[in-house]
Design a protein around this ligand. Structure first.
Ligand SMILES: *Cc1c(COP(=O)(O)O)cnc(C)c1O
Length: 388
């Protein structure tokens, strides 16, 4: 059996080496490393894939969030609501821009922003909602968009973990994750579902005016060379990374399917195990299901995350490491409890779900190159652990 990895970038590279190498070579041949033709080509390819009018490439997913918030003209003191259970980048940029982060609890089954908690958090100062499509599953965008419309709020989708996922609205229409709100952001960090070989990110929008604003902000606030109309930043996707991404984008749907296949294997193996809750896939296409049928393209499994219900999560974590099965706790601390983001406005009783999840979740190896013998070994080791 091949050594099990949390994310196996090397095996994936070996499958696509020729196209990726050729793409990088093309950049070297043009010697146009910043804003070169490959950046533009990748931008167009991604616009086509997502069915969105504008993709604005930038340096990473954290910058993408920050630039999106700058582009919307959010100002000091504006309240921005986001989920308590996510990677810190989301709340970090809100705080950096001197906006007021308002963290709310998540749903116990999907780990995504809780709609009732979101409604309760809205005040006259609220200006934006940042739903995070956590672990690859799109948040309840029917509800988020309706609330945003009612209260006249911007929606910024943090789509760093769900690129390629489809969202089906209640009325049956479909959109790609990240193209539903006023603006969406993503990360091309190597381990993300569409990863480059360094840092990278992008912003998506269908709004022509906002797209124009964002293109200036990423480039020092310049709309005409050396005329700086707004305060901007320097945030670029370099051409070598764009070359890698252009070569990998045609594989994205297949990558999503490989991840779903691995998730399906895990789900079947753990079905009916009293100590394990497998991930819930919720979609308007089907009734709530705990199976991953082929129609559930609302989830692209950036992570495959179990909840361990018998209090042995930490023991399982250590046990798997002794068996050389990598695994991770995403996330071990709720954002409202992090030193940097503590605030007396928060009450512990407002975060029952997140406070429980940080004690029960464990993420298993998940990538595009998992092999059946590896999956068998992982699942058997976990099942045996609970039977011992
Ligand atoms: C990875 C990630 C980011 C940040 O992306 P970087 O490219 O690492 O800056 C933001 N939000 C979420 C939910 C992420 O998973």
């Amino acid at each position: 059996m091949k050594k099990i990895q949390m994310v196996d970038l090397q095996s994936q590279y070996q499958q696509i080496k020729e196209t990726v190498d050729a793409s990088i070579q093309e950049v070297l041949n043009t010697s146009s490393y910043i804003n070169g033709p490959l950046v533009h080509e990748f931008q167009k390819d991604l616009e086509d894939y997502l069915g969105v009018k504008h993709v604005i490439p930038c340096a990473n997913g954290t910058d993408a969030l920050q630039i999106a918030m700058m582009g919307l003209g959010l100002e000091q003191g504006d309240e921005v609501i986001t989920a308590d259970f996510t990677f810190a980048a989301t709340v970090e940029v809100i705080a950096l821009l001197k906006l007021t982060p308002v963290l709310v609890d998540v749903e116990a089954d999907t780990f995504n922003i809780d709609i009732e908690a979101l409604k309760k958090a809205i005040t006259p100062k609220t200006k934006a909602i940042v739903p995070v499509h956590l672990f690859g599953q799109v948040a309840n965008m029917d509800a988020v968009m309706e609330i945003a419309k009612q209260h006249n709020l911007f929606v910024i989708e943090d789509n760093a973990q769900a690129i390629g996922a489809n969202y089906t609205f209640k009325d049956g229409t479909q959109k790609k994750a990240g193209t539903i709100g006023n603006v969406g952001t993503t990360s091309f960090f190597p381990s993300k579902n569409l990863g480059c070989y360094g840092d990278g990110g992008a912003i998506f929008t269908n709004d022509d005016t906002l797209a124009h604003t964002l293109r200036g902000i990423v480039n020092h606030g310049m709309y005409e060379r050396y005329y700086h109309d707004v305060v901007g930043v320097n945030s670029r996707l370099d051409a070598i990374q764009a070359g890698v991404l252009k070569a990998k984008l045609p594989n994205l749907d297949a990558y999503c399917n490989s991840r779903r296949n691995a998730a399906r294997f895990y789900n079947n193996a753990f079905a009916n195990n009293p100590n394990i809750i497998t991930p819930t896939t919720k979609s308007n296409k089907t009734a709530n299901c705990n199976q991953i049928c082929d129609v559930c393209d609302c989830h692209v499994f950036h992570q495959y995350t179990l909840q361990i219900t018998n209090g042995q999560r930490d023991e399982l974590h250590k046990h798997l490491l002794t068996k050389e099965i990598p695994n991770a706790i995403y996330y071990p601390v709720a954002l409202h409890s992090q030193k940097a983001y503590k605030d007396e406005r928060y009450n512990e009783s407002d975060f029952p779900v997140t406070n429980e999840l940080i004690k029960t979740v464990i993420s298993l190896p998940m990538h595009t190159e998992l092999e059946e013998d590896q999956l068998q070994f992982i699942t058997k080791t976990i099942i045996d652990f609970f039977n011992k």
